[in-house]
Design a protein. Sequence first.
Length: 96
Amino acid sequence: MSFKQFKQKALKNPEVRQEYDALEEEFSLIDQLISMRTQAGLTQEDVAKKLGTNKSNISRLERGRSNPSWETLNKYAAACGFRVKLEAVEDDRTSA
């Protein structure tokens, strides 16, 4: 069974689907971090040097293994030539 098939099967379980959906924003943030870095042509080591930290800290950040502050996200984005913008959207999941 491929990962894609496994995922499709797993997401048929309502409890798994609920947990997966709850993590959607976190996965999106991780994707955006990695996308910023790759678009800037930087390695994790490059970003770490710009931020004065270790590559392992950047790796943890990009794997969702840390709880970054607003300041950390801003510094990471700036190191990659981007800026962070917060957007509030109505939660349509709770209006059912």
